[in-house]
Write a protein that binds this ligand. Structure first.
Ligand SMILES: Nc1nc2c(ncn2[C@@H]2O[C@H](COP(=O)(O)OP(=O)(O)OP(=O)(O)O)[C@@H](O)[C@H]2O)c(=O)[nH]1
Ligand SMILES: [Mg+2]
Length: 382
């Protein structure tokens, strides 16, 4: 299913899709619950999609739940898979029905402001699988879509872990090519100010690195230069899914990211869709042209009688091999074929006159006529 083939949302009102992506246990589901509660309190309830087939219980009611479509444990049993293979296969099975899912979302799209999407804990299953890409691209082609990359702040305080997490976020940004919000979660445990410091002040991250005397620090030193550019494209917020702290900042960031989607990402997505569509049209036109051509060749074959072996000519046209050498060969073939009944003739539905010899009475009449003509000639000569 390509994104260009999906149904389109109403143009008047477009809800923003928030894809919650993050490492296992970073707090995606808890944050979804918090966002859901906050939006309900503001009387703008969201539309919720749960794409995690392995979650045992959800703290919110999802409008569409992958678990209603596929039974993750059954999938593991049936396909003899481990937990990750089971999640991936479940997601693949669900993706085959995603056009129907989108129809449901479309119906509600006019009356909601946000579509919240929870993803599986095994981050790579969503971000690096074909089905994850299909779901992301399909949503992004239909609604303004932003990625909320959830980070477990207390577990990111060491420079090495911070760097790894940032590199992962960077890879997802380049993979999804969507507006990106870095969400430092669990700020009730540890404030995210150290992270903001490291991201905005290059020197301060260098200082933190210097405390790490291992050989890794020099590698990280050079990598941090690369990440400097990456940071400039991000929106950063600190939240606590448990206490609700920073949720307003989060929605502000979502608003800004939606604008960014409209101005920067949408034109690019539309250009790609058009490119695909025109490629599709070109392929269709070429197919049609080939069909017409072979129809024409068939018609010519039918009307050729028994003399002209057009079929071999048509093959030449298709192969575009009208070289002199070939032409000679072609003429020779014609000569060789004379007087012989070729396969083409047998296939020909308009049979040649030689297939209908004169009847015996006709032959007798012809003989009488010839004899009379000979007689007449002889008498006129005498
Ligand atoms: N203190 C604190 N704990 C949190 C916060 N958000 C989530 N947690 C806890 O972190 C743990 C994991 O939270 P989940 O919401 O299940 O995380 P998840 O990313 O959905 O996990 P997976 O789906 O398994 O990848 C739970 O014990 C939560 O209670 C927070 O803001 N503060
Ligand atoms: Mg979860």
């Amino acid at each position: 299913m390509s994104s260009s083939e999906t149904s389109s949302a109403p143009t008047e009102k477009q809800p923003t899709t928030i894809l919650c992506i993050g490492m296992a246990g970073s707090g995606k589901t808890t944050l979804m619950q918090r966002l859901n509660a906050d939006l309900h309190a503001k009387k703008t309830p969201p539309y919720i999609l749960n794409l995690d087939p392995a979650v045992s219980s959800l703290p919110f009611t999802a409008n569409i739940d992958i678990r209603d479509t596929v039974n993750y444990k059954e999938v593991m049993k049936q396909y003899n898979l481990g937990p990750n293979g089971g999640i991936l296969t479940s997601l693949n099975l669900f993706t085959t029905k995603f056009d129907q899912v989108l129809k449901f979302v479309d119906k509600r799209a006019g009356s909601v402001d946000h579509i919240l999407v929870d993803t599986p804990g095994q981050i790579e299953i969503f971000t690096w699988s074909a089905s994850g890409a299909i779901i992301t691209d399909t949503l992004a082609a239909t609604y303004p879509t932003v990625v909320a990359y959830i980070i477990d702040t207390p577990r990111t305080t060491s420079p090495a872990t911070f760097m790894s997490n940032m590199l992962y976020a960077c890879s997802i940004l380049y993979k999804t090519k969507l507006p990106f919000i870095l969400v430092f979660n669990k700020t009730d445990v540890v404030s995210h100010s150290f992270a903001v410091d490291w991201m905005t002040d290059f020197e301060s991250f260098q200082q933190a690195l210097q405390q790490d005397a291992t050989y890794m620090s020099s590698l990280m030193n050079s990598m941090s230069l690369v990440l400097d550019e990456f940071y400039s494209h991000l929106k950063v917020v600190g939240v606590s899914a448990v206490t609700g702290e920073g949720i307003d900042d989060f929605f502000e960031a979502v608003k800004a990211a939606t604008k960014e989607y409209e101005t920067e990402y949408k034109p690019e997505i539309e250009r790609l869709i058009q490119e695909k569509a025109s490629q599709h049209i070109q392929e269709k036109e070429e197919q049609h042209r080939q069909q017409q051509l072979s129809k024409l060749m068939n018609d010519m074959k039918v009307s050729k009688g028994t003399e002209v072996p057009l079929d071999s000519g048509s093959k030449r046209m298709e192969d575009e091999q009208w070289e002199e050498e070939d032409e000679e060969e072609y003429e020779n073939e014609d000569e060789d074929d004379e007087g012989e009944e070729t396969d083409d003739e047998q296939e020909n539905t308009l049979l040649g006159a030689s297939r209908f010899p004169p009847s015996s009475s006709q032959q007798q009449n012809d003989a009488k006529f010839k004899a009379w003509l000979n007689q007449a000639n002889e008498s006129s000569m005498n």
